[in-house]
Design a protein around this ligand. Structure first.
Ligand SMILES: [Zn+2]
Length: 169
């Protein structure tokens, strides 16, 4: 085979490989998640963070979590224990026990303890309430999850700094 053609084939192969690996990267790219600090399970997308302000919070501060504006509120339970809590629309959690409105940090909302579905460690609470939809006037179920800041890890943080891979088994 003439040398020029050989070089051309080699360059073409490299170009195809580069385009192929770029496509592969894109297809594997997924939105960063908040992980269970104990086992690395994906608990919630960064984009699911919402600001649910509560009058029961002892104090609060703003934090940027994976480019999302995050409201962190300090709450105290009956024990008493204190938790820095932020809220998401919905997380991947295993609920434990029955919902109760007793001592709820979000008045009108019943809470249920929420655990990591993989390792069972406590991560936060699900809050649920029947509310009247402002558009339709109908009663609809509203729910969101409160997660304890210290019990979670940002996926970006774990990848870039600790280089701890996501655990999967
Ligand atoms: Zn876990």
């Amino acid at each position: 085979m003439p040398f020029r053609i050989w070089i051309l084939l080699l360059l073409t192969h490299q170009l195809v490989s580069t385009v192929y690996s770029a496509t592969q990267c894109q297809s594997h790219k997924h939105e960063p998640h908040l992980l269970c600090r104990m086992c690395g399970h994906e608990i919630a997308k960064g984009s699911s963070i919402i600001r649910k302000k509560s009058s029961m919070a002892l104090s609060s501060f703003n934090l940027t979590v994976m480019n999302n504006d995050c409201l962190v509120q300090l709450f105290e339970n009956g024990v008493p224990e204190q938790f820095d809590v932020f809220t998401v629309t919905q997380a991947d959690l295993a609920l434990s026990g029955k919902p109760t409105t007793a001592l709820s940090w979000f008045p009108g909302y019943a809470w249920t303890a929420a655990l990591c579905p993989k390792c069972g460690v406590h991560l936060g609470w699900r809050f649920e309430a029947n509310v009247i939809d402002s558009r339709s006037g109908r009663v609809v179920k509203d729910s969101f999850d409160g997660l304890v800041l210290d019990f979670l890890l940002s996926e970006e943080y774990s990848n870039s700094l600790t280089k701890v891979p996501k655990l999967s088994w």
